[in-house]
Design a protein around this ligand. Sequence first.
Ligand SMILES: Nc1nc2c(c(=O)[nH]1)N[C@H]1C(S)=C(S)[C@@H](COP(=O)(O)OP(=O)(O)OC[C@H]3O[C@@H](n4cnc5c(=O)[nH]c(N)nc54)[C@H](O)[C@@H]3O)O[C@H]1N2
Ligand SMILES: Nc1nc2c(c(=O)[nH]1)N[C@H]1C(S)=C(S)[C@@H](COP(=O)(O)OP(=O)(O)OC[C@H]3O[C@@H](n4cnc5c(=O)[nH]c(N)nc54)[C@H](O)[C@@H]3O)O[C@H]1N2
Ligand SMILES: [Mo]
Length: 551
Amino acid sequence: MFGAGGGTNSYREMEETDLILLWGSNARETHPVMFLHMLKGVRRGARLIVVDPRRTSSAAFAHRWLPVRVGADIALANAMGRYILREGLLNEEFVREATEGFERYREAVEPYTLEYAEAVTGVPRELIAATAREYATAPRAMICWTLGITEHHNAVDTVFSLTNLALLTGHVGRYGSGLNPLRGQNNVQGGGDMGALPNRLVGFQDVEDPEVRARFERAWDCTIPPKAGWHLTAMYDAMEKGLLRGLYVIGENPVRSDANATRILRLFRELEFLVVQDIFLTATAELADVVLPAAAAWCESEGTVTSSERRVQRVRKALEPPGEARDDLWILQELAGRLGRPWDYPDAEAVWNEVRELSPLHRGMSYRRLEELGGIQWPCPSEDHPGELFLHGRLWKRPVEGPRAPFMPTHYEPPVDEVNEDYPLLLTTGRRLYFFNTGVQTALYRTPVPQEEYLVLHPRDAGRYGIAHGDRVRVCSRRGAVEATAWVESTVLPGLCFMTLHFPEKTPTNFLTVDAADPKSGTAEFKATAVRVEPVPRGRVLVEATREGAP
Ligand SMILES: Nc1nc2c(c(=O)[nH]1)N[C@H]1C(S)=C(S)[C@@H](COP(=O)(O)OP(=O)(O)OC[C@H]3O[C@@H](n4cnc5c(=O)[nH]c(N)nc54)[C@H](O)[C@@H]3O)O[C@H]1N2
Ligand SMILES: Nc1nc2c(c(=O)[nH]1)N[C@H]1C(S)=C(S)[C@@H](COP(=O)(O)OP(=O)(O)OC[C@H]3O[C@@H](n4cnc5c(=O)[nH]c(N)nc54)[C@H](O)[C@@H]3O)O[C@H]1N2
Ligand SMILES: [Mo]
């Protein structure tokens, strides 16, 4: 909607804003460093409102928790929009001068009365109204979101529905106000910025734009395919059709992390050629024809990473990589050479200087300046530019500089995997503080809690299915079944249960998940799978319920 793929604000602004809507994010556990900035804001008087189907440990720090049903966020956001309109709390000047498509938005939200929204989302109408009023009237306000929003079959529309709220109230483009998708891994932002996306070249430049392509073709002395490539889930469809027969995986463990793992495993086994480049021998690497052992980018090699606030920072080599492990850059250069295109980058800085030539967003970021300033936030177009604290200030110029921001009307749709008599519970999946993704990097280490998968479920449902806290349970979906230990707790809503993806060697959660993907983003609906839960008759396992251990 703004033409850029990045969070609009800085961590510093989180300390100085007046209201934070933390929407579908458990930042206390998943972005703990950034959450400290939020807590500083809270201590200064900012209101924190958490929207999540679980009463998370983040919600424990909030002024208000909106217990939304999984997948009902569009209905909630649209009802907030309608209420803001009805009460005349919109920023009329901003809507008139800086946006377009307002009438269509007004019509689209008309059916989303508070009554309807309460029925669909489960959130009491007074809480919806109060949240809408506080968001609209706060001098500065931001919405921060993550996977509770983006891992759905209608993820892009859900992000649109949140962005519409910011356009309606003018909470974007000013210090302390904005829209912040918090990035997952330490360099997800950097990966996207560097063009590790099927439709973008370095600096978010459109691969389908002939002028952009021509510039890169000159710099690289090659021809670039004129069409966007496949995103992850489209690659699996291509593998299914035999269109994609070889795969080179770098720093990812897809047979454990992708939805409907039975299918993923089959597709990987059917590949004619698989290369895996990783710092550990992962389950995916075990299937590979060739494994290239890599040095860990965060401590065994030089380079940069980019954080959620678009800050590019230097990473330095502190350790020698073990054995035959080599820098990812070294491996790629060797390969290029053997494919007949010798690259000669002496070091990571030489690659970075090429980035600066090709990407206007990064042009002013020399290694020297990155050191001196402690990192720089893009865009940084020249060597005398300090980098931008927040984005889209242009929307507050009169007349607006460049295109207006369009409202994108959206409509609520329930999750794809239907709950019925056979699969009466909805499973949502996510993370815990002490473990990381598929566990490759955390499985070896001592942590204060057991390395074990829990199925968190509500006491009502535990009673209904004859399950006690600590029982072994079988969790079955339309695609598979796994075992876990029951953790009975009312932090999840009745009808909902929760598991992580952290312990796939014992409990491969993704054998359950549905691979329905958002056609726009290509991301699977990891957050909504219909399941049935049964007690496992034999071999009851005792769990130590430590205070810190709550999932
Ligand atoms: N400790 C730790 N930190 C991590 C990671 C890790 O594995 N461990 N992984 C990193 C990565 S790759 C990522 S992408 C981030 C992810 O960070 P988060 O998105 O914060 O993590 P999740 O636990 O996957 O999901 C967030 C929340 O979404 C809620 N949710 C589920 N469905 C819905 C819904 O329909 N609507 C709403 N509003 N909420 C919903 C869940 O209850 C959960 O609390 O974390 C990063 N940080
Ligand atoms: N059910 C369910 N599934 C999910 C999710 C969910 O919420 N629920 N979340 C999804 C999300 S948001 C994500 S991001 C994915 C994560 O899925 P993956 O990215 O597949 O999982 P990771 O365990 O983070 O795997 C990262 C790999 O990179 C390797 N690695 C680390 N550093 C380096 C390096 O410097 N060089 C190289 N070459 N390799 C390195 C690690 O050893 C590890 O094997 O999972 C997705 N899957
Ligand atoms: Mo992620």
